[in-house]
Design a protein around this ligand. Structure first.
Ligand SMILES: [Cu+2]
Length: 232
């Protein structure tokens, strides 16, 4: 597994109802593809140490109709897509869950990402065939699709899409968290105002989904960390 230690990943493109918003458009992408391992750090919010911002921030805000099919796309680096890189979109040994959160913000261009309330809108972990979400993502060339809740309030949000790679998670810190935040504007929403959790705070180093033995005995269940998925 050491050979794959630098085979990391970046969430770098968002699709709305099958249409790409553009490569890196509206997404706070880092220059470095490495993970966050300290779940108590502000960098676990939207990546981008030391100020928890990947600057300069993008100026675009992506319109997303409530109820839309949304697809997040990851790649090994910002230039690895389509190059034949076998660690693109991610090293296939970086097994673990894929999780998506939203936080309501006054402006998706905000420079303040601390103190937000995040609610989970999607999670995928280990399925009954013992296949991991990351394996599905790898087979789907980096793409993971989910539904924008139809009932949430219209307005601006940060969308935090995350992979947790568990190959080093048998002790803490060890789990590799890969997250970036997309700047979105939800249109045509409803009245729901889901309660949320804090980042940092939503995860602890002792969570069974953060400190996890991936290899032996072969796991048959996995508890995705964080709150339950919000449903309308
Ligand atoms: Cu890696």
């Amino acid at each position: 597994m050491l050979a794959s230690a630098s085979a990391h990943t970046i969430f770098q493109e968002l699709w709305v109802n099958g249409v790409s918003a553009g490569h890196t458009t509206g997404i706070r992408v880092p220059s470095y593809d490495g993970p966050i391992t300290d779940v108590t750090s502000n960098n676990v919010i939207c990546n981008g140490g030391p100020n928890a911002l990947n600057t300069p921030l993008p100026t675009a805000v992506i319109n997303v109709p409530a109820g839309a099919q949304v697809t997040a796309e990851w790649h090994h680096t910002l230039t690895s897509a389509g190059t034949g890189d076998t660690a693109d979109p991610i090293d296939p040994g970086h097994l673990g869950p894929v999780i998506v959160y939203l936080a309501k913000v006054d402006s998706a261009l905000t420079k303040t990402v601390t103190g937000l309330k995040w609610f989970k809108i999607y999670e995928d972990g280990l399925d009954s065939n013992l296949q991991w979400a990351v394996t599905r993502l790898y087979k789907n060339k980096g793409k993971v699709s989910f539904t924008m809740p139809s009932c949430i309030q219209s307005g601006q949000y940060l969308l935090r899409a995350e992979i947790i790679a568990l190959h080093g998670a048998s002790s803490y810190p060890g789990a590799q968290l890969y997250m970036e935040c997309a700047q979105i504007n939800v249109t045509g929403g409803g009245n729901a105002t889901p309660s949320g959790v804090n980042f940092p705070g939503a995860y602890a180093g002792t969570d069974p989904g953060i400190k996890f033995q991936l290899y032996y005995p072969t796991p048959t269940t996995y508890i995705v960390p964080g709150p339950t998925v919000f449903k309308c």
